[in-house]
Write a protein that binds this ligand. Sequence first.
Ligand code: OAD
Length: 251
Amino acid sequence: MSEPIPPSLPLDERTHVLVLSGAGVSAESGLPTFRDANGLWENHPVEEVASPEGFARDPERVWRFYSERRAAAANVRPNAGHEALAALERRLGDRFLLVTQNVDGLHQRAGSQRVIELHGSLVHSRCTVCDRPPFFDPEAHAGSLPRCDRCAARGRQALLRPHIVWFGEALDPTHFDRIDEFLIHGARHGQNLFLAVGTSGLVYPAAGLVLRARAFGASTWLVNAEPAENAAAFGRFVRGQSARILPALFR
Ligand code: OAD
């Protein structure tokens, strides 16, 4: 059952808040969610452009897709939901951690600092060959294939790729170590509260975080425009738009 009037989160000086955000949080900034677009881009399933196989087949098409997404994200602004999360972090400090499936960078632009970008970042690229760390690269590369300067300096041709976790690729396991440390610390020194917002609960491992948080004693809250696939795993469900609900929830 969802709750009609947005309640306030039960927060005190011992509460540790772990947030999982998804595409719904950026919807009111004007970025379509995955399910909004029916998982299609130019009539291709997104998996065809967001996968290592898709990149091997047609890197130009993949760069065109991500260049459009870079431009779209650069043209929108964080909304009241992103801002409420940044304000909550300023209140809680190290008792706050935000895990996002979004690659649009809007949380950071709203001021969030303790952010784990589970699926990568739209404004970073990396080399497909050398081990140079991912670097800031907000450019749209439509029409040309970007290449690695470091490899070029060594006489080697190597393509750059977006620093995004594609379908079929593994997530960085150190992210889960950091999440576990946060939950262990919260359970030891206070109590955990887990809040998922704007996510369909369809894509794992992110959709399983609610169970992980419950194993560490967290109370669990879901804020979403519709019941998420994993809604039954949550203790509380507040139905609605995150830009309206989150500021009320953190009053
Ligand atoms: P989805 O597009 O699957 O789900 C967005 C959810 O947000 C839906 O359940 C909507 O009902 C809800 N929603 C829409 N507008 C909202 C609003 N204003 N306020 C609150 N909720 C709203 O997006 P994600 O769950 O983020 O993976 O998708 C997860 C992953 O699936 C993505 O990170 C992506 C995709 O495959 C990769 O790119 C690796």
